[in-house]
Design a protein around this ligand. Structure first.
Ligand code: E4P
Length: 218
């Protein structure tokens, strides 16, 4: 399972990238707005520290303008992935871009039917938002299960399921159990994955016992 980090915070991305766990980055206009920095410059900086797909979202809602924006964004670096919304114009843009060899992430997917459309449009990734569905009392992970099983029925569907709106380590484990290709999570949630009280207390005991030996490996 690939791990993408869902943030536009360059320092966070740099820090997590140094762990070797980051396979890509997803940003969105809300995350970018928090940075108070030129968006194109920010994407360029992120692409210097992460070699995998870096999603940069178009902000227009019509096909012609989305294509113009995508053209600017994809010139920033070879790993820029254009993020488009799951709308008729977004999917038309997706089809045009992927046929030109540009990676596309179709975002704001909330139903299996929408995910079928994204696959038919040749999306590289489809982003179903599990957390936002959970917030409405709908089981977001059930959607992931449905999409993964539907895509498995068709060899022609090459779209990778990118689990988005991840809110907890349990979401990541559930997505992996289902067999989702990718998950994108905020830095905080990725860091939470490392933690267990027994790891911390076990480490403390090992350190104390080792100190009693008076030895040093180096
Ligand atoms: C995905 O690409 C989105 O940026 C993101 O996962 C949205 O998450 P949120 O629902 O926590 O805003």
């Amino acid at each position: 399972m690939k791990f993408f980090v869902d943030t536009a915070d360059f320092n966070e991305i740099k820090d997590l990238a140094s762990t070797g766990m980051v396979d890509g980055v997803t940003t969105n206009p809300s995350l970018a707005a928090k940075q108070g920095m030129d968006f194109k410059e920010l994407i360029g900086e992120i692409c210097k520290v992460v070699s995998g797909p870096v999603s940069a979202e178009v902000t227009a809602s019509d096909y012609e303008t989305m294509m113009k924006e995508a053209d600017v964004l994809r010139k920033i670096a070879r790993n820029v992935t254009i993020k488009v919304p799951l709308t008729p114009d977004g999917l038309k843009t997706c089809r045009a871009l992927t046929s030109e060899g540009t990676m596309v992430n179709v975002t704001l997917c909330f139903t299996a039917g929408q995910a079928i459309l994204a696959a038919k449009a040749g999306a590289t990734f489809v982003s179903p938002f599990v957390g936002r569905l959970d917030d409405l009392g709908v089981n977001g992970m059930q959607l992931i299960e449905d999409i993964v099983s539907i895509y498995q029925n068709y060899d022609s569907f090459k779209t990778q399921v990118l689990v988005a709106s991840v809110r907890s380590p349990q979401h990541i484990v559930d997505a992996a159990r289902i067999g989702a290709d990718v998950m994108t999570a905020p830095p905080k949630v990725i860091r939470q994955l490392y933690n267990h009280p027994l790891t911390a207390s076990g480490l403390k005991t090992f350190a104390e016992d080792w100190a009693k030996t008076g030895q040093s490996i180096l």
